[in-house]
Design a protein around this ligand. Sequence first.
Ligand code: DUC
Ligand code: ZN
Ligand code: ZN
Length: 480
Amino acid sequence: MANLLIRGGTVVNADRAFRADVLCQDGKIIAVGEGLQAPTGATVVDAGGQYVMPGGIDPHTHMQLPFMGTVAVDDFFTGTAAGLAGGTTSIIDFVIPSPQQSLLEAYHTWRGWAEKSAADYGFHVAVTWWSEGVREDMGTLVQQEGINSFKHFMAYKNAIMCDDETLVNSFKRALELGAMPTVHAENGELVFLLQKEVAAMGITGPEGHPLSRPPMVEGEAANRAIAIADVLGVPIYVVHVSCIEAAEAIARARARGQRVYGEVLAGHLVLDDSVYRHPDFATAAAHVMSPPFRPTGNQEFLWRGLQSGNLQTTATDHCVFCAEQKAAGKNDFTKIPNGCGGIEERLAVIWDAGVNSGRLTPSEFVAITSANAAKLFNIYPQKGSVSVGADADLVVWDPQGSKTLSSKAQHSKGDFNIFEGRTVRGIPSHTVSQGELVFVQGDLRAVQGKGRYIKRPAFGPNFTATKLRSESLTPTPVAR
Ligand code: DUC
Ligand code: ZN
Ligand code: ZN
């Protein structure tokens, strides 16, 4: 494989930023330092005036997800290609078995679908039901297949929702295996009830969606999942934290010393719930995702969470449905397929609203878009770091470049862009995946099938607070 030298930029890692050239060979970074010589035949990228950062990791995507009677339109190729165009070089997607389906069978199905991926990928596996077989499959997935995180949907009653019994059994098993439980925190029983109550009020349009999923529905589930994890002594990662109630639950638990982590979506940072009151059904429906966009005030609280370190990662929940699919809920908002895009826009939106506004330093940006996800899902520093020996997954970031985001120019197959019309300053000029240029000044060179499955090892013995917990709970029999 040819060499690639990125010359004259400022390397930004999560811990520091410094002037250095970066030399890549055979898919790895082999040197980082000033004044590096280009080997014969090397491709040289001039990064003068630009930042050289680890490629983004989106730890939450749903490519070609079969969901709510349809299938998300971005497959593993188009979705990851869109990511590369935006500087994201790895994703962690979700295997979601149907209730009663074997986890391993579902895992192999998703592995097959993902073979067309243009960027490196991994999977969280959802636990949607419980049995001895599920317990065994979790072991096989961790010990043989490189899975170290399991997802639990606390919403979507009568479909993929976990009850408390399943949460408890699965969290306990994850603890035994050194795997991270993650939750979609919404109380599915409350959503089920509120959907009927909102319909009974005569509200059938997309404006009913946020009414049926208010912030406390998320806050309750986050608190419950965190409490269960605390009793069992297992760390927990809460996906798409969208509101003050859930962010506060995480902050409180962390202040008590619990290992709780939270993820925020780019959309939840910059959009509010007014989108659901848009007079055009297609526009309002295009924003239907769960949890919904929240009233003004929540967004600033999420930024504060990222600034303080109480929330650690950013993602997109990239799960794209077109207008024709969203139209299934024309007369009933509960039938609108839930999901929005964003994998191509995430880095630019967060840079523009986060770094340009002074909320985040460039290093903090790298932490929340790449390094923290790599650390939390145990692939650091292979991913998430510009350092010798790391994978050569990089983005050369032009802080002066700007563009106006639009569905017309996006690489996703979706027909809508939730960031439509937003002008961002700070965009990728080049994306490097496995040491190869895959995006150059607007020219996308994604290759179908080039992405690799990245195994993620189980966490080590100090992963949990179990020891402390079990000591404090050591029962002392009462002599009678
Ligand atoms: N939320 C969505 O909006 N789409 C996919 C799954 C989810 O939890
Ligand atoms: Zn979710
Ligand atoms: Zn999701």
